[in-house]
Design a binder for this molecule. Structure first.
Ligand code: PRX
Length: 638
């Protein structure tokens, strides 16, 4: 299995060159028009391309300058402009008065419960909440933590923060109380939004208790706003807890948007890197929506009446950009589904597509592979005629999964947008457009205006067909601006590895037609079911167990989850390995990080392979685990 799944470069480049050409109709009707022509046009003058894109939004005051690299790598866009992210996602539509009655959010829960909000209703909810936040003194620049399930209130909370100029920091609800506390602490968040609980596989997930445990250790929190979602009994701390419905009670349904500078931070989103401390990625009010809306227009080919379903969670960047901000900026309907895709039966996802006449389905390879295991009869039983476009994100999609998705879900009618991007990029970066010829397993070419390349350590382009580091040679409006409270780490992580270009941390290759084939991470970042987790974070969870003195974790291929974690653990002095201890350590790690860290195996060993400077050689462990060539071990001491 390891061999088949390992996406050997030569296999990929030689076996998957069949092209899936778009129909004439698709090309003619697509917003971007002829694929090569739009790439050429944007490449000629990327700043002009982005300035035109920015004109699709409304600004309180327009920019004096489109772009500045005077303080590089702290690049700036739309200098001197005044704007607000929530204004563009919501208020602008209400002012224009054309889509007030259109459904903004369709929500369905695993249990079958549904809720819907029109743009007008969403506007009212957000305004009430913005006023409540202002009422308690929340102001521009304050940080607000959000630890919630995928429910409409998470959208209200995010937009209300943006409206008042506070920065939201959404933490994925699959993270533990410790992970939440660390993130609250780093951001020094004032308010925490959470819910009593949510349902998963029919079971109640007790979010409030996790939030309570986090708040105990995160002293900056003044108020915890709790959504009554599943009416579970919760522990209520009268000093700082308030029910969401009480918090907004009696608030006015009008609230103005704070006039923000285009470079003011709109939100922070924590993501994993090579150390155990997650990085708070900063995105801003001006450039972020410009990039996101442009991809809605060109990649997802939004015309204005679509039902858009992105199956991610709002706790990740995919949810920020393509469940919430992208669809709302584009004025279309976003579908939110809270639950697992195979409950009560393996066709739930296809049923939802049919029930709501979803036009665009944007999902992850891990979900596609999970559905493949159930067999083709489940999607075959559903016509899904409303679908016209599919999307994939989060990890490389193997050609088998691509073809399955194309054939049985898209019924060979719907092109697949395999979008490569990151928390840091804010928007789709390497991706087809609907008018592009597709290759199964390739993310195609850079988005118009983006110059991506595959280079060696010195920044020299490598020949086609050869693997190298994925970099972006120019800048784009929705790029990361800095790491919260840590500008040095921003410079070191993204702008120091290879001089003068953005270092993405991925390995890739380009074929002779300029198509990119992304291979995975070069650094110690894992992708478990498409979720980004740092090896260092997981290792520090292991060593925080009293019986563990040292640990190293690696990602090994998994046919469904892409990668799962195998841990090598050195036990303290007299502690003896046992099945019970194995279970106990697993439980401990789950408690430290959350269910997001899926551990396949724990191996108790005596020594870890290390370099002379004491760095663990994870690649040696990985090669041994997978039965592959270990390669150069001259740097290894033991
Ligand atoms: O390794 C790449 C992988 O996901 C990483 C970024 O993770 P995160 O910041 O969590 O954002 C995920 C969703 C945007 C990348 O460095 N990745 C993302 N999309 C793809 C991908 N790898 C291959 N193909 C993709 N389409």
């Amino acid at each position: 299995m390891a061999k088949k799944e390992s996406r050997e470069l030569t296999d990929v480049l030689s076996s998957s060159q069949k092209k899936y050409k778009p129909s004439k109709e698709m090309v003619q009707n697509s917003n971007a028009g002829d694929y090569e022509a739009i790439l050429k046009k944007a490449a000629k003058n990327p700043l002009k391309f982005w300035e035109e894109a920015a004109n699709n939004l409304k600004w309180f005051k327009k920019w004096d300058e489109v772009f500045s690299d005077k303080e590089k790598p702290f690049f700036k866009w739309f200098l001197g402009a005044k704007c607000n992210l929530a204004y563009n996602a919501l208020d602008r539509h209400i002012e224009e008065g054309k889509i007030n009655k259109k459904t903004a959010i369709i929500w369905e829960e695993e249990s079958g419960r549904t809720r819907k909000f029109t743009y007008q209703e969403l506007y009212t909810e957000v305004n009430k909440l913005a006023n409540a936040l202002r009422g308690m003194g929340v102001d521009r620049g304050d940080r607000i933590a959000i630890y919630m399930p995928n429910i409409p209130e998470i959208v209200f909370a995010m937009l209300a923060c943006a409206k008042v100029g506070a920065m939201h920091s959404v933490v994925y609800a699959g993270f533990s109380s410790k992970a939440l506390a660390d993130r609250i602490d780093d951001a020094q968040a004032k308010v925490l939004f959470t819910a009593d609980g949510s349902f998963r596989r029919g079971k109640v997930v007790d979010l409030k208790s996790i939030a309570d445990a986090a708040v105990k250790n995160a002293k900056s929190i003044e108020k915890v706003v709790v959504v009554q979602n599943n009416k579970a009994k919760v522990n209520f701390n009268k000093k700082c807890d308030v029910w969401y419905h009480d918090f907004v009670k009696g608030q006015s349904v009008y609230a103005h948007c704070a006039e923000m500078d285009s470079e003011d931070p709109a939100f922070v989103l924590y993501t994993s890197g090579t150390t155990s401390k997650p990085k708070g990625v900063i995105h801003v009010h001006g450039g972020y929506p410009v990039g996101v809306l442009q991809t809605m227009k060109y990649v997802f080919d939004i015309k204005g009446d679509e039902i858009f379903w992105c199956t991610a969670d709002p706790g990740w960047i995919t949810g920020h950009s393509y469940i919430i901000y992208g669809p709302l900026l584009a004025g279309i309907t976003t579908l939110m589904y809270e639950g697992v895709p195979d409950m009560p039966k393996p066709d739930r996802i296809w049923k939802v597509v049919e029930k709501y006449k979803v036009n665009i389905l944007y999902t992850a390879p891990t979900l596609i592979r999970a559905m493949m295991k159930y067999g083709i009869n489940w999607p075959k039983a559903h016509k899904m005629e409303s679908l016209r476009l599919l999307g994939s994100v989060g990890e490389p999609i193997n050609p088998e999964a691509w073809k399955w998705f194309y054939t049985y879900v898209g019924k060979k009618r719907c092109p697949i947008m395999d979008t490569w991007w990151q928390t840091e990029t804010g928007m789709n970066m390497i991706t087809p457009l609907p008018s592009a010829p597709l290759k199964a397993g390739s993310a195609c070419k850079p988005f118009p205006g983006i110059i991506a390349d595959v280079v060696d350590k010195k920044g020299k382009s490598v020949p086609t067909g050869k693997g190298g580091f994925l970099v972006i040679r120019n800048q784009w409006p929705s790029m990361i601006r800095t790491i919260f409270n840590n500008p040095e780490r921003y410079i070191k992580t993204y702008w120091s590895e290879i001089r003068g270009m953005y270092f993405a941390g991925d390995v890739a290759a380009k074929d002779k037609e300029g198509y990119f084939w992304i291979q995975g991470r070069t650094d110690d970042v894992l992708k478990v079911a498409g979720h980004r987790i740092g090896t260092a974070e997981v290792e520090s969870a292991f060593v925080s167990h009293k019986s563990v003195v040292e640990a190293a974790v690696i990602g090994v291929p998994d046919p469904v989850k892409g990668e799962v974690i195998v841990a090598f653990v050195i036990l303290a002095g007299k502690v003896k390995p046992s099945e019970e201890l194995n279970m106990e350590i697993r439980k401990h790690v789950r408690k430290e990080i959350g269910p997001v860290a899926v551990i396949k195996d724990i191996k108790f060993i005596d020594k870890l392979p290390k370099t002379r400077s004491g760095k663990i050689m994870r690649r040696v462990l990985k090669a041994q685990e997978l039965g592959l060539e270990v390669g150069d071990t001259s740097a290894m001491v033991n």
